[in-house]
Structure formats: structure tokens, C-alpha cells
Design a protein around this ligand. Structure first.
Ligand SMILES: C[S@@+](CC[C@H](N)C(=O)[O-])C[C@H]1O[C@@H](n2cnc3c(N)ncnc32)[C@H](O)[C@@H]1O
Length: 394
């Protein structure tokens, strides 16, 4: 009999001799391939857990989930010979807290299937319960079933993206033919389901089919209109944890560059004491932030720019006290190289991918930075997806 001593990056339990055991957690015993649950093994809350593909760690208790997030970040940093000086407590989002979701729907001979992509495949699991979404979001998803079933062509697949906003649900559906019938069906549904807007994504782009209200999000008391499909942190509590960390890193800053700023998740809270330059590659997000900042008289200058191809140059960066970096999963290699060559000595790096974070951290630390503090964040509860905020100083 052997014991599981740690969790691997993809959620398997690992024994002391390095054997990976699916469905086991730290503290379990393994006897001839059979998993004997230990003190940290809990009953999964969802009956779809082994089929759906959304959650990999529902059989782990809170302690193992927290340890997993910390271990994932530390192991990735250790692979490039780095470690933070101080680790902050992990923030884990509670069950039923996700306010945005991307699903797939397909019309098969047996009827509509709607759910997440199954783990490691392109097939869709037909989901009837979910414990990560808010109850309201799940009810919205389920109420869309007959609507999509009536509009989707047999054999076709539709991407379904829904965000819970202050003005109501914002929905983007792909592969539904724009027509008066589609508009009428969606309009009736939107009224019943409390949807603010339904947009259709076709090869021509994204077009609004129904608009009943303006979908808005409030950041530090400022309302920002949400462009269809715009990025938003997955949970409200996860956003609050990341904003608190970034605020702390920017406490004494007078001038801040918020790179990969999105709708202003960090720019708007920081603009209560600092002058902000917010830069993002999504034009609608940049425009929405500019309008909101102007209305609220916040000191935010915005720029639409591709930061992979055209990162802010060292001389552009030199005037900032802190650079906030929150790139997509690909990380911010080109921008990190420019920061390394600049006079900037404070960075608030928010990452949704420990691997690209470690790569960029190596570039920064080779240029004299150290990781003073690190906050692990698990917004995607029960999944192996780990996020973080880190304070680099030199
Ligand atoms: C993880 S999101 C962060 C957004 C924002 N900081 C927030 O917390 O809501 C990453 C952002 O990077 C932007 N982005 C993606 N690729 C980019 C690029 N090549 N240049 C500039 N921005 C890009 C996206 O539009 C998105 O807003």
C-alpha cells in the first residue's frame, strides 16, 4: 500500500515513487490500483463530475485545493529557479460564484446537447446541473435550451457565452442564422429570462440581435458598458481579491501604466489616487473604458494597441511608478523585455497562466527584479486552472 503525497498539475494524485493515480488526492492510500479515501478526500457535489470536463478536483477538500494552487505556482517558478519572498494566503472562489461561462451546444439526432467540452476532447457533455455557476446563470443557461434547439441547424454547433451583468444577462451565440424569426424567438426569450442583450456571432462579426437594456459592470463605483463577449474576471470575489492585491502594490504610485487593461478592472479603482494610462488590444473594451472614465471624471488616458507586436518601449515606460500587467494566457514576453530594459522598478503582474508567468518572471529577475510578494488565486474552483498576482520590485 502506498500513499498519495502530492497533486500533479493536471489533478492526478502522485505517490512517493512518482506514480500518477487518477481520482486520488493527497492523504489517500493506493492498494493494487484501488484508491482508499484519506482525510482530505470528499464526495464530489456534482453527479456529472467524471464526464463533464469542467471540474478536475471536486474530490479534494478545501485544504488540498489551497495547497494545489500554492504548489502549482511554486513548482512552476522553481522550474526557472525562482521563488517569491512572501506567499500570501490563497483566495479560492466559493461554489456557485462564476458569473460568466463559455459553453457549446449541438443539435444531434437525439436532440440538443449543451455543456462544457468534455476533458481532452471536442465532444460536449449535456449538463443538467453545475455547482460552479451562480444559480441565476445556470437557470439562464437551462432556459436557453429550447431556444437554441429551435434555431440551430441539425449537425451544427453553437458557442454560447453568457455573462451576468448589472443590466441583465449578456449573451453571445454563434452559428444561428440572423433572420426575423431568430430575432423574434430571441426577443421573447430575453424578456422572459431577464437578458439585457443577445448578440449573434457570424463570419461577418458580432451583431446585436436583441437589446432590452445596457449590460454594464461597475468597477469602483463607475459603470462601464460591456461590449459583447468582453473579458471579465470569472467571479466577483476573485476580481475583488485581485484588485485588493494590485491596490496594495500601487499604494504609493502617482503614475500607473495598466497594460492589458480590459474594461478597467484595475485602472478604475487605482484612478482614485493615481493617473493611469490604460492600454489594451481590444478596441471595444478600450472605447468603453474611455467613455466611462470621461463620464466619471477619472484621470485615465486610454490607448488601443497590440502589446505583443508593439509593447510600450523602455522610454515610454520610464515615467511610470508602477506597471500593472494582466496579459492573456500567452503572457507578456515582449512587454517584459521592454520593462527589463526600462527604469521601472515596480510591477504588479496578474497572471492566468503560471507557465508563461514563470517565463516572464525569469526575464524580469534576470534584469534585477525580485518577487517580493505573491497571491495565488483559484477563481476556477475545482479546476486545475490557477491564477495569481505578484509584486516585482528592483
Ligand atoms: C486577462 S485579460 C485582463 C483584462 C483586465 N485587466 C481585467 O482584469 O479585466 C487580458 C486582456 O488582454 C487583452 N489582450 C489580448 N491580447 C492582446 C494584445 N496582443 N495586445 C494588447 N492587449 C491584448 C484582452 O483584450 C484582455 O482585455
Amino acid at each position: 500500500m502506498t500513499r498519495i503525497v502530492r497533486m500533479a498539475a493536471r489533478g492526478d494524485g502522485v505517490t512517493a515513487d512518482g506514480t500518477f493515480v487518477a481520482g486520488a488526492v493527497t492523504g489517500d492510500a493506493v492498494d493494487g490500483g484501488r484508491v482508499i479515501p484519506g482525510p482530505h478526500h470528499v464526495e464530489p457535489v456534482c453527479r456529472h463530475v467524471s464526464d463533464c470536463g469542467g471540474c478536475q478536483l471536486q474530490h479534494a477538500d478545501e485544504q488540498v485545493l489551497a495547497k494545489f494552487a500554492v504548489g502549482r505556482v511554486l513548482a512552476t517558478l522553481a522550474s526557472v529557479d525562482l521563488q517569491p519572498e512572501t506567499m500570501r494566503p490563497v483566495h479560492l472562489s466559493p461554489p456557485k460564484s462564476r458569473r460568466r461561462v463559455s459553453l457549446r451546444a449541438a443539435l444531434t439526432a437525439e436532440g440538443l446537447v449543451l455543456g462544457f467540452n468534455q476533458e481532452g476532447s471536442h465532444s460536449i457533455f449535456d449538463m443538467t446541473e453545475c455547482h460552479v455557476m451562480t444559480d441565476a446563470l445556470l437557470a439562464c443557461v437551462q432556459s436557453l435550451r429550447p431556444v437554441i434547439a429551435g434555431l440551430l441547424k441539425p449537425g451544427w454547433m453553437s458557442a454560447v457565452a453568457i455573462t451576468e451583468t448589472a443590466g441583465g444577462f449578456d449573451v453571445v451565440l454563434s452559428n444561428l442564422e440572423p433572420s426575423p424569426k431568430t430575432t423574434s424567438v430571441l426577443s421573447t426569450w430575453a424578456k422572459r429570462a431577464g437578458a439585457a442583450r443577445v448578440s449573434l456571432e457570424t463570419h461577418m462579426g458580432v451583431e446585436t440581435a436583441v437589446q432590452r437594456a445596457v449590460p454594464t459592470m461597475r468597477f469602483a463605483g463607475v459603470d462601464v458598458e460591456l461590449p459583447p463577449g468582453a473579458f471579465l474576471q470569472a467571479t466577483a470575489d476573485g476580481e475583488a481579491a485581485l484588485v485588493a492585491a494590485v491596490r496594495q502594490m500601487c499604494e504609493e504610485a502617482g503614475r500607473v501604466a495598466d497594460l492589458f487593461s480590459g474594461l478597467g478592472t484595475f485602472a478604475l479603482p487605482l484612478s482614485d489616487h493615481a493617473r493611469i494610462m490604460a492600454v489594451d488590444g481590444a478596441r471595444p473594451a478600450v472605447q468603453a473604458l474611455a467613455t466611462a472614465a470621461r463620464r466619471a471624471r477619472r484621470r485615465i488616458e486610454v490607448q488601443h494597441r497590440d502589446l505583443f507586436r508593439q509593447p510600450l518601449a523602455a522610454r515610454e515606460l520610464d515615467k511610470f511608478d508602477v506597471v500593472v500587467l494582466d496579459p492573456p494566457r500567452a503572457g507578456a514576453k515582449a512587454q517584459a523585455e521592454m520593462i527589463a530594459a526600462s527604469k521601472v522598478d515596480n510591477i504588479a503582474y496578474v497572471s492566468c497562466n503560471p507557465n508563461t508567468f514563470a517565463r516572464d518572471a525569469r526575464i524580469l529577475c534576470a534584469a534585477g527584479f525580485r518577487i517580493a510578494e505573491l497571491w495565488p488565486v483559484g477563481q476556477f474552483r475545482w479546476s486545475t486552472h490557477v491564477e495569481l498576482a505578484a509584486h516585482f520590485i528592483r
